[in-house]
Write a protein that binds this ligand. Structure first.
Ligand code: AP5
Ligand code: MG
Length: 217
């Protein structure tokens, strides 16, 4: 299956992506995770991307499109993939369409995790992430078993630099202006599906599974 996850920052894309990737056996590709890995390794890409990410801005399309294209030709993507955080602009969506058309491949769906803005701030400011394995937690909604320690790999969990309140608000404004139009983009192509992302994490996953199981029939 080839799936795009759409949704505002903090909607729960990364949280659901981990479960979807396990259940449907497709790689979880997050441009945000790719950028953060490069930032922590201080690669030229990371140094460039950090300038934008720390400010809550989008990394320029040229850079992002190249990165995703080189990731999607890797062997593990042959039977599908789950894109989390890409596309984020109409330009990026068009580049993905070209990439798919060249390979005579189709998207199965663009799945929107719908969460109104008033829920987002608490989710983002309470989020903690594992810098080693990328697992995501929430101090209230999804705490690790041992405070401050990643359940999966045992590393100390941290707060993302771009989860400060002021940056979160900026990211939400940019989402409205640049990424929200993708909902219409995929709706007009009859590819949009959506789930209520305000439910508890397991219930969101149940809704997601229903949508994806329907598509597999
Ligand atoms: P990215 O890492 O993609 O960030 P984002 O879209 O802002 O999304 P988040 O990761 O913040 O939220 P999420 O939806 O994954 O939520 P999560 O599951 O963690 O991108 C970071 C930056 O990189 C961007 O700002 C941009 O600069 C750059 N970038 C990335 N891709 C780009 C692109 N294509 N083009 C240009 N620039 C790009 O959940 C959030 C919290 O809520 C967690 O604490 C979680 O435990 C909790 N939670 C999740 N679900 C629930 C629930 N149902 N109930 C209660 N709590 C929940
Ligand atoms: Mg994420």
């Amino acid at each position: 299956m080839r799936i795009i996850l759409l949704g505002a920052p903090g909607a729960g894309k990364g949280t659901q992506a981990k479960s979807i990737s396990n259940k449907y056996n497709i790689p979880h590709i997050s441009t945000g995770d790719i950028f953060r890995k490069n930032i922590s390794e201080r690669t030229p890409l990371g140094i460039e991307a950090k300038k934008y990410i720390d400010n809550g801005q989008l990394v320029p399309d040229e850079l992002t499109i190249d990165i995703i294209k080189s990731r999607l030709v890797e062997e593990d993507c042959e039977n599908g993939y789950l894109l989390d955080g890409y596309p984020r602009t109409v330009e990026q969506a068009k580049a993905l369409d070209v990439f798919l058309n060249e390979r005579e491949a189709n998207l199965d769906t663009a799945l929107l995790i719908k969460v109104p803005r008033e829920f987002i701030l608490e989710r983002m400011t309470g989020r903690r992430v594992c810098p080693s394995c990328g697992a995501s937690y929430h101090v209230k909604f999804n705490p690790p078993k041992n405070e401050g320690i990643c359940d999966i790999c045992g590393s100390d969990i941290i707060q993302r630099d771009d989860d400060a309140e002021i940056t979160v608000n900026k990211r939400l404004d940019i989402y409205e202006a640049q990424t929200h139009p993708l909902i219409e983009y995929y709706k007009s192509r009859d590819l949009l599906s959506e789930v209520d992302g305000t439910q508890a994490i397991n219930d969101v996953f149940e809704s997601v599974s229903k949508v994806l199981n329907e598509l597999r029939k």
